[in-house]
Design a protein around this ligand. Structure first.
Ligand code: ATP
Length: 306
């Protein structure tokens, strides 16, 4: 597998704040690589360093064999970038905007085909300000694709979208992967990382705390079932830890308690007994297969979106 991104010991500070604290990873050609983490974890700073928009304080970065910098225009021509916020030229239509961007590059994709690809053909004569959130995000991806880049970098492409619009963008991104593009994206949506990414790096306080294929990460950290308990009041300390099958107990600040059990039936039975005896003030109980959310919860004691 050919590495198209090579990062070693990247550090980026803003005054006193260390936004990225010594991260290393590689991104391979043709994969969808995700940075997953809560707000402020350092995702945007990392991708902005890769794009050459920020200069690292320490570490080495290589993207498509080049060192990114604000003046490395040859590299920029090979990248497709969607920033978290795009300032649109308000007086242009969708089509005019794509043609304007296309002229900035030595080569570009066919604009009509691009409009088709992002399902904006019907909106091509509309002013950008009249587009819905999902249409705007699809336009942002189209603008990132206009120069037919080898590597596409998408910063929270589906933030704030409704489930249907998010799904449409997921399909678009998977289609690009089928075309052979390499995609690096950031997200704080667990399901998105699980659905889209071949590999994810989970970022917390500027550090990578886990890296791998989503299913492998879950398997490596958790073999148990997750039982999520919402309680009316607190309960006796240690009561849940001692139940049959329970391997780990995570108590969240919100009051939710998550039990990880390797004997689901045994744990359920014991919970039912406690409940019947009036010792478990249960409001809600959910039983699920562990996910990346659980990996994050186990490693940090927090959820990604709190
Ligand atoms: P979000 O999803 O909210 O964008 P993120 O994971 O992308 O979060 P960053 O935007 O990279 O995280 O921010 C990492 C840390 O650096 C945060 O503590 C943030 O407040 C800080 N930070 C980011 N940009 C700047 C800046 N221009 N000046 C000062 N501090 C900054």
């Amino acid at each position: 597998m050919q590495a198209v991104i090579n990062v070693e010991g990247l550090v980026k500070r803003y005054g006193e704040i260390t936004a990225v604290d010594g991260i290393s990873f590689r991104g391979f050609r043709g994969e969808v690589f995700g940075f997953l983490g809560p707000n402020g974890a350092g995702k945007t700073t990392t991708v902005e360093c890769l794009e050459g928009l920020r200069v690292p304080d320490a570490g080495k970065i290589e993207v498509l064999g080049e060192i990114p910098s604000p003046t490395n225009y040859a590299l920029k021509a090979r990248l497709g970038i969607q920033l978290q916020e795009t300032a649109y030229l308000g007086l242009l239509t969708v089509e005019e905007m794509l043609f304007t961007f296309a002229r900035l590059y030595p080569r570009h994709r066919d604009i009509r085909a691009l409009l088709e690809l992002v399902a904006l053909t019907e909106k091509r004569k509309s002013y950008v300000k009249t587009l819905s959130g999902g249409q705007r995000q699809r336009l942002a991806v189209a603008l990132a694709l206009v120069n037919d880049p080898e590597l596409l970098i998408l910063d929270e492409p589906t933030a704030g979208l409704d489930p249907q619009a998010r799904r449409a963008l997921w399909d678009l991104i998977l289609g690009l992967k089928d075309e052979g593009k390499t995609v690096l994206l950031t997200t704080h949506y667990m399901e998105e990382a699980e659905y889209l990414c071949d590999r994810v790096a989970i970022l917390d306080h500027g550090r990578i705390i886990a890296l791998g294929a989503p299913a492998e990460l879950v398997r490596a950290h958790l073999k148990e079932t997750a039982l999520e308990l919402e309680l009316e009041d607190g309960i006796e300390g240690g009561l849940l830890e001692g139940l049959p099958g329970v391997r780990r107990v995570v108590k969240e600040e919100s009051g939710t308690v998550v039990l990880y059990s390797d004997d689901t039936v045994g744990t359920f039975r014991a919970l039912a007994e406690l409940f019947t005896a009036g010792k478990l003030p249960l409001r809600d109980l959910t039983w699920r297969r562990p996910s990346l959310e659980d990996v994050y919860l186990l490693l940090t004691g927090r959820r990604i979106r709190e």
